[in-house]
Design a protein around this ligand. Structure first.
Ligand SMILES: Nc1ncnc2c1ncn2[C@@H]1O[C@H](COP(=O)(O)OP(=O)(O)O)[C@@H](O)[C@H]1O
Ligand SMILES: [Mg+2]
Length: 536
């Protein structure tokens, strides 16, 4: 459990830090938490004051102390002379420290003049802004604190408050039975408190009720937040476990981990699942699994583009990495997907001009993964491990490394059935067993491709031609699977997998060689034509 913000503040205040800088877009919430920090204990001798350029210095209940202090050049000398202990919150003071502001040199100097006297006099200044801008002259004297997003307890409190306000309103129906409350609080995660309150208000206005069904609406609010960031993409996908042929071990593992995100699992003493690395031959379902798992767990999927992390300025890339992980933390629970991680790290072995940036950025990621206590499940894929630093494979980062091999004959049958179904064919009309044995060495992607080629072949015979076994057979005969040319590499991965990893399709020795009936996760829908709606 992270230390609550008021407690962190109290520590700094007691230790005599003269200038704190709190970065947040949630001004009201920050002031509330700052007030809590001086509400009890040793720090309570300090009174809380809030300054803004519009009102000047005010007491906690917004009574103006002195009108003249609205002048930004007067407030700091005023505080210097102030002879009571106090916590002075300056709202948006960064404007006056900016070198484009008039007489900013004076303001900066005035602020520096507070440092020594404040240390000795139970006075603390808090700069409260939504952006972090510190002139270099002040860097050493200012301590920056990030106001974390509200945690579940705080969001639950916001929900309770809303419910409390609504409970006597006969027009609003409230139903928070079962796990509705927990689900709503989870969906609110990642919103600031006022965003959460707004989102709840919006739901109430649109639906006249608070219940389980709100979750969808709340999730779409979160989507907005993610869109703003750039490094993370909110990835919408129709894939689900039913789209994956085979990989039964992996699916079983994922199903059991999916249950470990609940409150019940927490109480049981289970840690949050951290993540998974999928290694294997291209086209065998690594990315597909990453996409499907989010849907299976009903969590948002964030695709993390490592390439976008690398920014121009010194130190910026690490900062980007931190921001991205924070962003992901803000939408917990979520699945964060890093596709082809070896490519994102290609620079880490000293490309020209790289001076170790990639390595530091990657170090930031690894540390975060190891320390992450939030419900962010990282799923990374890699086609190759040659480019991967060994630290990545160490225990503690990922819960597990799975190797996805070329599909077994049984898996090939299922994959063919899935893709025939996707193209509106009933797989039972085809000799699936025959095609499965004829496609030794094909990846899932190549099997999909064969189905598509077969459709082209059939279509070329005329629009009313049916897709038949012979088309499939012909398409497969034409295809040269990639595995033929990378056989050596596949063997190396298999050898590695035998020693260290788990097999997504079960250990080879334990697989049955026989072809059973195709077992699909869901029966294929009978192909039907969409009905046209006539508005007459
Ligand atoms: N096990 C599978 N079951 C069903 N389709 C698969 C499977 N593996 C691959 N495919 C098909 O091939 C496409 C590419 O696979 P993908 O998961 O992107 O491969 P990679 O392992 O290289 O990430 C998928 O979108 C899917 O259509
Ligand atoms: Mg892929």
């Amino acid at each position: 459990m992270a230390t609550p913000f008021p407690e962190i503040l109290r520590t700094y205040i007691r230790a005599g830090y003269p200038i704190l800088y709190v970065v947040t877009a949630e001004e009201d919430r920050a002031i509330e938490l700052l007030a809590q920090a001086v509400s009890e204990g040793e720090t309570s001798r300090r009174k809380l004051f809030v300054w803004s350029v519009s009102r000047g210095l005010c007491t906690a209940d917004m009574k103006v102390v002195d009108r003249k202090t609205a002048d930004p050049h007067r407030i700091l000398p005023y505080l210097l002379e102030f002879n009571e202990p106090g916590l002075f919150i300056l709202e948006d003071f960064h404007f006056f420290l900016d070198d484009r502001a008039p007489r900013s040199a004076l303001t900066i100097r005035q602020l520096r003049d507070l440092v020594a006297p404040f240390k000795a006099s139970r006075k603390t200044v808090v700069l409260l802004s939504s952006v972090l801008k510190i002139p270099p002259e002040l860097e050493k004297d200012v301590t920056v604190l990030d106001l974390a997003m509200p945690d579940e307890a705080e969001l639950a409190a916001a929900l309770d408050e809303t419910v409390e306000q609504m409970k006597d309103n006969p027009k609003v129906e409230i139903n928070l039975g079962g796990d509705a409350r927990e689900k709503i609080v989870k969906a609110l995660h990642g919103l600031t408190r006022s965003e959460a309150e707004n989102a709840l208000a919006k739901v109430i206005v649109t639906r006249s009720r608070i219940d389980q069904e709100d979750v969808e609406l709340l999730l779409s609010e979160k989507e907005q937040i993610i869109r703003k960031s750039g490094m993370l993409e909110y990835y919408a996908t129709p894939e689900h476990f039913g789209s994956i042929g085979g990989l039964d071990e992996l699916k079983r593992w994922l199903r059991s981990r999916g249950r470990a995100f609940s409150e019940a699992a927490r109480e049981f003493g289970l840690p949050n699942p951290k993540g998974l690395l999928l290694v294997g031959v291209p086209g065998c379902g690594k990315s597909l699994t990453a996409k499907a798992v989010a849907a299976e767990w009903k969590m948002p999927l964030l695709k993390f583009d490592l390439g976008k992390v690398f920014g121009g300025l010194v130190g910026q890339s690490e900062e980007n990495m931190r921001r991205a992980t924070k962003m992901a933390e803000a939408v917990t629970p979520c699945v964060m997907w890093i596709d082809e991680i070896e490519k994102g790290l290609a620079g880490s072995r000293g490309g020209a001009g790289d001076s170790g940036v990639t390595q530091r950025v990657f170090g930031t990621l690894l540390t975060w993964m190891e320390e992450n206590q939030k419900q962010v499940f990282t799923i990374a894929t890699a086609n190759d491990i040659d480019g991967l630093p060994p630290e990545l494979l160490r225990k503690g980062r990922f819960d597990e490394v799975f190797f996805i091999d070329l599909p077994t004959p049984q898996e090939r049958a299922t994959i063919l059935a899935i893709h025939l179904t996707k193209h509106h064919r009933d797989y039972r009309d085809f000799d699936i067993a025959r095609h499965a044995s004829a496609s030794e060495g094909f990846s899932g992607a190549e099997l999909e491709q064969a189905v598509v080629s077969a459709l082209f072949l059939a279509f070329a015979e005329g629009e009313s031609a049916r897709l038949e076994d012979r088309h499939l057979a012909a398409a497969m005969a034409e295809s040269r699977p990639l595995s033929q040319s990378v056989a050596g590499k596949i063997e190396r991965l298999r050898a590695e997998a035998r020693l260290k990893w788990r097999w997504a399709s079960g250990v080879p020795e334990e697989r049955s060689g026989e072809l059973r009936d195709v077992a699909m996760a869901e029966p294929p829908p009978v192909p039907k034509k969409a009905k046209r709606v006539f508005e007459v």
